[in-house]
Every structure is written in structure tokens, then in C-alpha cells.
Design a protein around this ligand. Sequence first.
Ligand SMILES: [Zn+2]
Length: 287
Amino acid sequence: MLVSAKEMLEKAVAGHYAIGAFNLNNLEWTKSVLAAAQEANAPVIVQVSEGAGKYMAGFKNVADIVRNVMEYQNITVPVALHLDHGTYEGALKCIEAGFSSIMFDGSALPIEENLAKTKELAELCASKGISLEAEVGAIGGEEDGVVGMGECADPDECKKIADLGITMLAAGIGNIHGVYPEGWPGLRFDVLEAIKAKTGDMPLVLHGGSGIPDEMVQQAVRMGVAKVNVNTECQLVFAAATREYIEAGKDQKGKGFDPRKLLAPGAAAIKAKVLEKIYLFGSNDKA
Ligand SMILES: [Zn+2]
């Protein structure tokens, strides 16, 4: 059964650890992430972007795959299925498809419109027992080939959106999506502290968790980050393991071309990476 992320995040805030939120891309990702969470006895958030939802043949299919893999693999740890960076329309579709958690990313909208739409979705999600993540201030990252150095949210805007009845808040503290650029100055703990001071026990979400030095992630978790998103790192280890298999010529030996063999090293690499992150965030044995 899929659960809202509310309870696991509240426990994480109280216990000063963070829940890993891992983006899914296909069946290998789903099996590997869920197996790792079960092995570590960790509550987990699995999430898809709208693009990944399309790639996986729709949100309903994503929800079915996650539920079926959970049943097949005897997954007993709490699992929330979350929409990552959703539009307003995408959020409604995922609620319909049976997701247990939603992110509405209105950060590109004027703040008043972001607040209004977030409030509307907060009421809808609350009525259905679904957790809701909101975002203020864009999270930096590669856009049209230009990589920014990370943006920071306004703590007063964070307070306004946190008061709308949301479950968790994504706010930029210098973090970036994708691979971090040369010369990145690091997370802005002063901004995190200011946001935390305004938002109290609201679980904060760190996006772009791939490539931030471990000690910076742990410092952010100690300061109130309760959900850390991991996407790029799993993609990188999957690609590297698959490359190694092919470059070693293993696909040309025997039945090495069988996709169940060809994709196995990549799937194992995802599982190992997810386990590593769960232990880094401290959510192991918290199920
Ligand atoms: Zn993000």
C-alpha cells in the first residue's frame, strides 16, 4: 500500500534524519530502489517527473508498476509515490492515478499565483490524505546549456507558502539540478537557517542532491532538511555499469545480449547507490 509522505517526514524532522526521494525511470529503477529501501529497512519516496511519467506510459502505469513490484518483492517499508516538479494539471492527473504524494512547482509563476494554486491543491490533497510539496524560488540548474551557480529562496515567501497547509517545502539554498559546475560555491547554510527560523517544523526538501559533498548534505539534514532528492547520481552509475559491460564485450559473449543480463549491472549499481544514500541520510532502520 502506498502511503502519504507526511508521517515519515514528520518523524524525520523530529529524528534529524532525511528520507531519500529517488526518481524512477523504468522497471529496473523501480525494482532496485524498492529492494534497497527494504534491505535498509528505510521509509522511502519514489518519484517521477512528468517527463518520466510519459516515458513510463502514463501516471496510472507508474502507480500500477510501483504497487505491483511492492507486492511481488514483499516490500513492507513505508513507500510514498510522489510527483516531482508537477504542473497544476499534472498534479490533478497524479491524484487521479493514485499517487500518494504530489509536488506542485509553481516557482516559475508570479508569487501570488503560486500561493493561490498551492493553496487550492493543499486543500484538495488534505481532503484525500495525500502529501503536498510546494516550491518557492527556482532551484538552479542547466537551462538552455547555461548552468547557474544556484539560487536562494526568500525566507518570507517560504513562510507564506508554508502556512498554506502544505506537507513539505522545496526552497533553493544554492542547490542545483544535474551535475554541479566547476567552482560551485556550496550550499548557503545562512539561507537555510533563515528559512528554518521562519518555517519551524516544516520538512524542507533539498533538490539536486546529486553531487553535493556528503558533509554538506548531512549538515543540511541536521538543520531541517527532511527529504533529499536523488536522480542524476543513479543515472550516472547505471550508465557507467552498462558501458563497462558493453566495453568488456560481454554483450557479444554467449547470450550476453539478453536484456536481463545486459541491464543487470546497471540495476545492481542503482541499488548500491540508493543504499549508500539511505545510510548517508540516516533513514536506515527507521521504517
Ligand atoms: Zn527538483
